[in-house]
Ligand binder design. Structure first.
Ligand code: B1M
Length: 210
């Protein structure tokens, strides 16, 4: 089995302690951090999702796999995030109310930070009022993530709350997450949609004119 395949399998098996030396070894062998991220880690979480759908994995296995993914991400983070760049704008990011998935959101935050945006990460289960406070405190982009079809509507609720607070003109709204689509983003009145972390950077730059 190749080292990348081993990393992928170690995440699927939820072995956080074993994944760390494997990622370090891959880096030492010259494998690009981006390749480890996509072919090792993201691909592993897709498989975990498939196993969950098929009833082979349950919530505890998903959690343990997520822990292994995070341990690996912690090693990659400084390599994926370029440091010392002028802030291009202030982005408030969070996973919407009711939703506890944080890996994709954190990855998007990491890449946006690497591209030079200042990031205010509100974490998961973020109520509309907290996004609103951040806009009042100077955030010019609101970035929302949702991983559940049941929590996607909370993106709409948040946009409506921002509108009701009279702040819609002050914030560019970017949405994403596995079940979210371009059509849905348009339907709820978001300014942009991104399918993954690197396109989130591209779209955020486009929307802010940076
Ligand atoms: Co959950 N879960 N989960 N889960 N989980 C999914 C999302 C699911 C698709 C699994 C499945 O059935 N195949 C399914 C959702 C089904 C649906 O709604 N259609 C599901 C379910 C059902 C649930 C529970 C309801 C299970 C239960 O309790 N019965 C429960 C809900 C809890 C809650 O949130 N209230 C639940 C719980 C969990 C855990 C807590 C155990 C754990 C999360 C741990 C954590 O995050 N700390 C978990 C996990 C790990 C997953 C899967 C397996 C992996 C998610 C992940 O981290 N992916 C997931 C299956 C899957 O996605 N294939 C699943 C890797 C990550 C890098 O990708 O998050 O998609 P992703 O992010 C991508 C893009 O989407 C995009 O960029 C990222 C990087 O490329 N992106 C954005 C994300 N946000 C963006 C924002 C942007 C732009 C792009 O702009 C702002």
């Amino acid at each position: 089995m190749s080292l990348l395949a081993e990393i992928r399998q170690t995440v699927i098996d939820g072995q956080a302690k074993q994944v760390v030396p494997k990622v370090e070894q891959a880096l030492a062998e010259g494998v690009a951090p981006d390749t480890i991220l996509h072919e090792g880690l993201i691909s592993a979480m897709q498989e975990v999702g498939r196993l969950f759908e098929e009833g082979e994995y349950f919530v505890p296995e998903m959690l343990i796999a997520a822990r292994a993914m995070k341990a690996a991400l912690a090693i990659l983070q400084p390599l994926l995030v370029d440091q010392g760049v002028e802030p291009l704008g202030r982005i408030v990011i969070g996973t919407v109310k009711g939703d506890l998935h944080d890996i994709g959101k954190s990855l998007v935050a990491m890449m946006l930070e690497g591209a030079g945006f200042e990031i205010v990460d509100l974490g998961v289960d973020v109520a509309p009022e907290r996004f609103i406070d951040a806009v009042r405190n100077g955030a010019n982009v609101v970035a929302m993530s949702a991983l559940l079809t049941t929590t996607m509507p909370n993106m709409k609720t948040t946009i409506e709350a921002i509108e009701a607070a009279g702040l819609r003109g002050q914030a560019i709204i970017l949405v994403g997450g596995a079940p979210v689509t371009q059509a849905y983003a348009k339907e709820i009145g978001a300014d942009g949609y991104a399918a993954d972390a690197s396109s989130a950077v591209r779209i955020a730059r486009q929307l802010t004119g940076k």
